[in-house]
Design a protein around this ligand. Structure first.
Ligand SMILES: [Zn+2]
Length: 489
């Protein structure tokens, strides 16, 4: 679905007014290009193109939005023509390129009374109910007198072009008119000639991404959550649109390209999963891709940061067979990989820093492939690998392996190879083995294990590995992102 938005900036003291709110429409990824090559100079000898460039750079500098500026000229009316039915909206679908120029008409249609400039914004609905802007062109009314100057509006010099450009670029970004606060986005031009706090707040609201809602970390494994009235909504998250469904937001960090399987299961709500990249672009959305009404996303993702929305429907009235739109759920994250996967967020007990890296994984086939999921009766190994900080190699040290159960009880592996409760250890750092540290330490955390023999049938275990030096026995270098084992039937 395509829809038009047209916004005009009116001259001071104009009595006629037409304006359009653009609540929630925005550029995917918070960036677009702009051709600034308007030819000619103002009466005061300044280039129009420089003023337009300066206006765009002000948005770049003060807000999360990023214009990529192209020096060349592009006709903003390319792909548009006069429409037969409207005085304001030209016909056509544009050219997918963002241009700007002085024109005597709005691409064939009348400017109307006192209109200084018009931004033609083309939008397309996206999967979250909000609109993505896909192209925007600016036309400045060549029947008006423009100059380039700072300071209060000066009727003797005409209208300052730069502040008009600032305003129109606000429409390009997706902002509507401001009717109360002091703002460059006021409907009428005035004495303001720089972006105001209200303008910056508006653009930041549109583009600061999914951090507008509380964000929890998602590690491989599973977490339980609940969607309750008062939780963040998709509308709040994306800064617009009409989707008022509840959502929890999780951040997933991948150290390498990984095939990821996400499941959101619930016995009481109709689960919906949404996967976004770090720029809040929706990569995938799923309602009932899992078993029954549960949702599932399976995807190979490049290394990077992602947002996973544990979401539901706006109302359950249309599909009550799949449950309500609030209640408890379980979110599971699995991976499949041909190698151990890097586990990140280096940390240490005493605050010391190291360049060590950590990797881990679960294999049921002797290391041919890795995942984090096993059935209760499958035989498996949990393997870890530490690439030791070069400064620590060849020194007398020790290795540590720990397991954290779903009830948060911590077990450490002792030198006899047994996992024992952390509380039973007497030394500050529970040592699994002592040795001269190599460049790479490969560790079998659990070897040829079967979950049912530990009485485990449906649970998630987090493993951590680390090392220390005998010269500083209270310090331990390890990772905060666990190596996960998910046991499920
Ligand atoms: Zn406007």
């Amino acid at each position: 679905m395509l829809k038009w938005i047209l916004s005009a900036l009116l001259a001071a003291l104009s009595l006629s007014a037409y304006s359009f709110s653009v609540n929630g429409s925005k550029w995917p990824g918070g960036t677009t290009h702009l051709h600034v090559g308007i030819s000619g100079l103002s009466a005061s000898g300044k280039a129009w193109s420089d003023a337009l460039r300066r206006a765009a750079l002000e948005w770049n500098d003060k807000t999360p939005f990023e214009f990529t500026l192209l020096s060349s000229y592009r006709d903003p009316c390319n792909g548009y023509r006069a429409s037969t039915t409207s005085t304001g909206f030209p016909a056509g679908t544009g050219d997918d390129v963002n241009g700007a120029d002085f024109t005597s008409t709005v691409c064939g249609n009348d400017y109307g009374t006192s209109v200084l400039a018009v931004t033609l914004v083309y939008t397309e609905s996206n999967q979250l109910g909000a609109f993505d802007i896909t192209q925007a062109d600016i036309v400045f009314n060549s029947n008006s007198r423009f100059d380039i100057y700072d300071g209060p509006f000066d009727s003797n010099r005409g209208t300052d072009f730069t502040r008009v450009a600032l305003h129109e670029l606000g429409h390009v970004i997706g902002m509507g008119h401001e009717f109360s606060a002091s703002s460059i986005m006021r409907e009428r031009i005035g004495n303001l000639y720089t972006l105001q706090p209200d303008d910056i707040a508006g653009a930041t609201t549109l583009y600061q991404g999914y951090t507008r809602c509380p964000v929890s970390r998602l590690d491989f494994g599973r977490v339980s959550g609940t969607l309750n009235a008062g939780d963040c909504t998709v509308q709040q998250l994306v800064g617009g649109g009409t989707d008022t469904s509840l959502t929890d937001v999780y951040q997933l960090d991948l150290a390498q390209s990984t095939r990821v399987t996400l499941n959101m299961n619930s016995g009481s709500l109709d689960s919906v999963l949404v996967l976004m990249n770090s720029r809040s672009e929706v990569l995938e959305i799923d309602d009932d891709g899992g078993t029954g009404c549960n949702s599932q996303i399976v995807r190979t993702l490049p290394a990077g940061t992602y947002a996973v929305l544990a979401n539901t429907l706006t109302s359950a009235t249309g599909d009550t067979s799949c449950g309500k739109n609030n209640g408890p759920y379980q979110l599971t994250a699995r991976y499949d990989s041909s190698a151990l996967i890097g586990v990140g967020r280096n940390t240490s007990l005493q605050g010391g820093r190291s360049s060590a890296t950590f990797a881990g994984g679960v294999t049921t086939n002797g290391g041919t492939s890795f995942s984090n999921r096993v059935t209760p009766t499958q035989r498996f190994d949990v393997l870890g690998r530490i690439t030791v900080d070069p400064a620590h190699r060849g020194r007398q040290g020790f290795l540590v392996m720990a397991a954290i159960l779903e009830n948060n009880q911590v077990y450490v592996r002792n030198p006899m190879g047994e996992f024992v409760p952390l509380g039973s250890q007497t030394s500050p750092v529970p040592v699994t083995s002592s040795k001269i540290l190599g460049a790479t330490e490969n560790m079998t955390i659990l070897g040829q294990a079967v979950a049912s023999s530990f009485g485990m049938s449906d649970t998630s275990v987090r493993f951590l590995i680390g090392y220390g030096l005998n010269s500083n026995p209270n310090e331990l270098y390890f990772h905060d992102e666990p190596i996960n084992l998910l046991v499920s039937p």
